[in-house]
Design a protein around this ligand. Sequence first.
Ligand code: MOS
Length: 720
Amino acid sequence: MTTTTTETTAVRGAVGTAHTRVEGLAKVTGAARYAGEIPFADLAHGWLVVSTIARGRIRSVESGPVLAMPGVLTVLHHGNAPRVDTEYVGMLGAPDPTCAVFQHDRVPSLGWPVALVVAETSEQARAAAEALVVHYDQEPHDIDFAGGHPDAYPLDGHLPAVAEKGDLEAELTASAVVLDAEYTTPEEHHNPMEPHAATARWDGGRLEVVDSNQGATWVVGELAKLFSLDPSAVRVRSEHVGGGFGSKGVRAHQVAAVMAATVLQRPVRVVLTRRQMFSLTGYRSPTSQRVRLGADADGRLRALEHRALSLTSTVHEFIEPSAAVARVMYDADAHHTTNTVVRLDVPTPTFMRAPGEAPGSFALEAALDELAEKCGIDPIELRLRNEPEKGPVSGLPFSTRNLRACFEEGARRFGWADRDPRPGLRREGRWLLGTGTAAASFGAGAAPSTAVLTAEADGTFTVRIAAADIGTGARTALTLVAADALEVAPARVRVRIGDSDFGPAMIAGGSMGTRSWSWAVLAAAKELRERLALGTDIPPEGITVRSDTTAAIGALAQKERHSFGAQFAEVAVDVTTGEVRVRRMLGVFAAGRIVNPLTARNQFVGGMIWGISMALHEEAVRDRASGGHVGADLAGYHVATHADVPLVEADWVDDPDPDDPVGIKGIGEIGIVGAAAAIANAVWHATGVRHRHLPIRPDRVLQAGTGRGSVGERDAGHRR
Ligand code: MOS
């Protein structure tokens, strides 16, 4: 792959060459402003007050003393806040009352917004919010999540709850080798660098919200429905976004800001604290997953069962579809996958990087490794023997499936052929060493978008699209795509994003942003070039065309559309402290045409680092007594930092999507998929002990011991 960063002056072929971020200079010099720092005249500041109980009712909000505090303008709560439509059907289908704040006195979880204090300054608002006394009638809460929960039920989310073929019990009985294991993953939080922030104001009859989100179109749609406005009466801008990972949709703070701006008739800003983000912006549910595999002696799967349990709140159904990844990955004569959920007194979870695939691939890919050990077959060979010809359950053809190429290239570069499969044999001082691998997949989709493209009189081009660059490099990718489509140098193209007035567009989500937006940009460029080919002079206001890909994307044939990848990890396990250190990782991906190798590598590596974090560090711990978090901050919730991240390499094989006009598939999420399993499998190879519960903490490693020389059949228990 090419990794030069020199500014290209070539007129063609920008896609596929490395470009630094077009807004990079503005970001590193501080010129790029984020939602919480854009100035407004007459700005007031709102501070959310959240519940200190996990279940019950608000008896009273003692606003009086707080209203007398310096600078305080108002206190909004369920008794006085504007009413919103709580039964609207949002982008994600069912009504989500999570964001319909201050509409009733019920408290469904700890950290639920109960009031917004608005003052002249942020400091005054915070002081008043901290002084506000709220009385509750507390009820007993239940936050206990565990596998086999009696109240679990199957739930469709963005994927069907159940997919089945074949007679599972019969195939398990007929299998020479059977694996039956339970895996768990903890509650995990997005924790983007930039906290959520929104400023709302009325401009004439129009609502304007300056925000940090993953899709201006999305936020407009939800706010319009909540406040019963025509979508054309709402404008959302979100120019720079410091990370999202699934958490930056419509949240309580935007809704509260709009309410306060409506009541006060002046601009109101609400910024969340890191601690508030733990209860107000969604999270990944903990999971409990049972995997049963049955295989012939040669490793061919006869039976595959994956049952996953996640949790949701009492106010909204959201499911983490961990069991669905097997529907893509492996064929088996009997193939049963089910996603179930249980409702508890906790905040509503949401999409978080590779929702479903991230925890699901941990269980499935660790189980495959265990099966490989039982069969005495190399784990890569086992996977290749179970490669499906078509969708294992759907029967649909794959658009492309280059998993084999990923494993071949990855194994070669990682040095897999030299690996002794026996565990617990390699030692370096107090460190036991091991290597592991896992497969990855993530959906490759496209959604309708519109783009506006202008040929300017000065010979430059302006693209306007309501895309979001949440740190991925999307703005730069779109610049390269537009440049190629117009057959001009990228320097002649300016891309403006993050404004709902540019017309509806896909969100930065589902790994579908760049593909969906590029399609719309390409369609507009095609029309513009046709117009320009007529030789008309460009008037001072330029020539502008608009595109809409709804019809083109609607015409796509039904296929199994996914990216694939092979993850490799080498770990060292300290036998005296139980500490696991990742020494190196390699990920090789087949993820469509790579638009910008520089930022694409960032995305893959970033995902893999999340995998390190997931395998070894991340775990939100809830206190059973209060129902809230212990250590809801970046000191208490450990994410991998520089010292935890060794040599991480990502690369890719040629895999253009034949049905995409640019060949793109999407790379936002696949980097994390399989990464935690590769690390867990390496920990087994190092120690001889299977760790089926994430994160693999030192205390768990110590408690489980190390197999040292013996082939481990021991399971590190699920211990708090
Ligand atoms: Mo992603 S979890 O679709 O932002």
